[in-house]
Design a protein around this ligand. Sequence first.
Ligand code: CA
Length: 364
Amino acid sequence: MDRRSVLKKTLTAGAAAGAATIAAPAISQGKMEWRMVTTWPKNFPGLGVGAENLAKRITTMSGGRLTVKVYSAGEMVPPLQALDAVINGTAEMSHGAAYYWQNKNPGLSFFTGVPYGMTSREFTAWVRFLGGQEIWDEIYDQFGVQGFLSGDTGTQAGGWFRKELKGLEDIKGLRFRTPGLGGQVWQKLGASVTNLAAGEIFQALQTGTLDAAEFVGPYNDLALGFYQIAKNYYFPSFIEPGLATEAVVNKSKYKALPADLQEIVRTACQAEYDNVSSDMFANDPRALKTLVEKHGVKTHQFPDSILEAGAKASAEVIGAVRDGDNALAKKTAESFISALALLRTRSESTDSPYIRAREKYFKI
Ligand code: CA
């Protein structure tokens, strides 16, 4: 045995003994690697890149003490099992959307996007300053995990449809892909709703398993190629007026990190949330230009009859959670509704009138 391997052996033994006797966190002995499973396909623009960037940010900010390795959808676990992988410890971290897990607690839907709910600005105000994060923590505590916002799409597109929608009658029986509470709204409007992960939607459209689908907006949707099947693209989404992604960490693994690494994980998520928001905002209009000019996509606004019925259905869906028997989900809905009542006074007295005025009068 040469000197180096003896030294290595001695250090390893010393480290193990140290950990056993003084219970020092494993990190103090050297570097560690976390596995991040995601719900996104490999090299997926916007949201998937956000997961990659988050991993790089944590690795760089920690000086390599905490390296995060990303596994795209299906590499380690199927996309819609990402949270379970973190709960059972197969992975230390996941990147996805909280509403994919609404079957674990209906309150989780509120931490992604809510039909006729908050815009992204309003949403972060609720999560960060009006009690949202605390309730989210309470829900995820039950599963031994902790959630952080990690990205945001802004107001989404309403979806891809083979045929133009003239009114509610065109929705009846339509096989439509959309998750979360928004899925329940479309169901109430008469659609037959399923959720599929990003990488599965195109094929379902192509084979006719789906008639229509919504995913995110032009930037992400262009990458997924939906324009090849359906040419009618509707705006805006009234079920996902703002939509956040999450990074989830295994809570015991997170708590075992020294305070500076915990703060690095938290801050890296916050920075990446901001970065993804700007990425989507910058690239959505560029992608839309490509879709329209190069791929012959036709853009539409939903007819008023659909918008109005959608609003009514949204109030019913949110109301059902508030009036339901799951105490934490009820608490989430009540907090969301009360924060929205406050926040919309600003949006509707300041932001909307400004946008309307700019649209009407300002040319340069
Ligand atoms: Ca969506």
